[in-house]
Design a protein around this ligand. Structure first.
Ligand SMILES: [Zn+2]
Length: 298
C-alpha cells in the first residue's frame, strides 16, 4: 500500500487502484485526528451512551472526507453486526447520508435509515461508502468494467459467516459483475502473530458447531471450512490457537473466482502496530475505530 498525507492525517491506498482515476479511496490510520486517549486520535466511532467525545468524532469524520476531497458528497455507512448481509446503496432508497454530521448521533436511529449489515455495495457515483475498523478486516472491492464499488467488514464472525463470498455474489447478482474483473484490497487487520482465538471459533469455521443466530448460509459452509487457516503456537505451558484472518480472507476470494493478480494485501497487523491503527485486542476493547472509504467520482 502507499502512504498518503493530508496535514497530519495519514492514510493508505492500494497500489492496484491507481490506474483508475474515477475511484477515490483511503484506509485511514489513527493519526492526525482530534480525539484524546484512549481514542487518540482519528477515531470515527461514537455513540450517545459514552465513549469518545462526539464533537471530536464528528470533526474526525469531516477531516477524513476533506482528506479525500469528498466533503461535498453524501456519505453512508452501516451498523455492523458481524453478519454476512450485503446492503445495496441506491439513491432512490431512503438512506441516511449524514455520517459526518452531529445529526447522525442526535437523531433517532431507525432500521429503515441506518442499515444493519457488514458489506455495502453501489454503482451510484458521487456517494462515499464508509466503514470503521479495529482489528476486523477492511475488504475493498472495485469492478472497473461495471463501475461498482463495495466495502466488507470481516471480523472472525463475519468471515465465518461468509461475508466476503456474499459480497461477491451480491455484486454479480445485482450488477452483473464478473469475479475475474474485480480488484480487491485486504486492508490492515489483526494478524496470525496476535490473533489468539478459542477452540469454539475453529469449530464454527469448520462447521462442527453453528452460530445460534445468523447461521452460516448452507451454500457457504463448505467454502468457509476450506478457507479457514488456523495455526498453533507453543507458549510456555500451553498451546495458543491462532486464526489467520488474512489468509482465510484471501482463500475465500480465490474460491469465489478472484484472480490472485487482482488481490492486494496490506499484510499489516493492527495489534502489532497500535501506534498506527486502533486495535480492539491490543487495547483491551478501550479504543477507537479507523475508517475505510470508497467512492466513484461523479
Ligand atoms: Zn500482530
Amino acid at each position: 500500500m502507499i502512504e498518503q498525507y493530508y496535514g497530519d492525517v495519514c492514510y493508505l491506498q492500494f497500489q492496484h487502484y491507481h490506474p483508475y482515476p474515477e475511484l477515490i479511496h483511503g484506509v485511514f490510520t489513527r493519526r492526525g485526528g482530534h480525539s484524546k486517549s484512549p481514542y487518540h486520535s482519528l477515531n470515527t466511532l461514537g455513540n450517545l451512551k459514552g465513549g469518545d467525545h462526539l464533537p471530536h468524532v464528528v470533526s474526525n469524520r469531516q477531516l477524513v472526507l476533506r482528506a479525500l476531497a469528498l466533503e461535498e458528497m453524501p456519505c453512508v455507512t452501516l451498523w455492523n453486526i458481524h453478519g454476512a448481509d450485503v446492503a445495496v446503496f441506491e439513491r432512490s432508497d431512503p438512506w441516511r447520508t449524514d455520517w459526518a454530521n452531529l445529526t447522525y448521533f442526535e437523531q433517532h436511529w431507525t432500521a429503515e435509515y441506518l442499515r444493519k449489515g457488514d458489506a455495502i455495495i453501489t454503482h451510484e457515483r458521487g456517494v462515499a461508502l464508509a466503514l470503521s475498523f479495529a482489528d476486523c478486516t477492511p475488504i475493498t472491492f472495485y469492478d472497473p468494467v461495471q463501475q461498482v464499488i463495495g466495502i466488507a467488514h470481516g471480523g472472525w464472525r463475519g468471515t465465518a459467516r461468509g461475508v466476503v463470498l456474499a459480497t461477491i455474489d451480491a455484486m454479480q447478482e445485482r450488477f452483473g459483475c464478473l469475479a475475474q474483473d474485480l480488484r480487491v484490497g485486504i486492508g490492515p487487520a489483526i494478524g496470525p502473530c496476535c490473533y489468539e482465538v478459542s477452540e469454539q471459533v475453529r469449530q464454527l469455521f469448520i462447521g462442527q458447531e453453528q452460530f445460534e443466530v445468523m447461521p452460516t448460509a448452507p451454500h457457504y459452509q463448505g467454502l468457509v471450512r476450506e478457507s479457514a487457516v488456523f495455526t498453533t503456537v507453543e507458549l510456555p505451558g500451553r498451546q495458543s490457537l491462532r486464526l489467520d484472518l488474512w489468509q482465510t480472507t484471501y482463500n475465500q476470494l480465490i474460491s469465489a473466482g478472484i484472480l490472485p493478480a487482482h488481490i492486494e494485501q496490506a499484510a499489516l497487523c493492527t495489534s502489532c502496530h497500535k501506534e498506527l491503527f486502533f486495535s480492539h485486542r491490543a487495547e483491551h476493547g478501550k479504543t477507537g475505530r479507523f475508517p475505510t472509504l470508497l467512492a466513484l467520482r461523479p
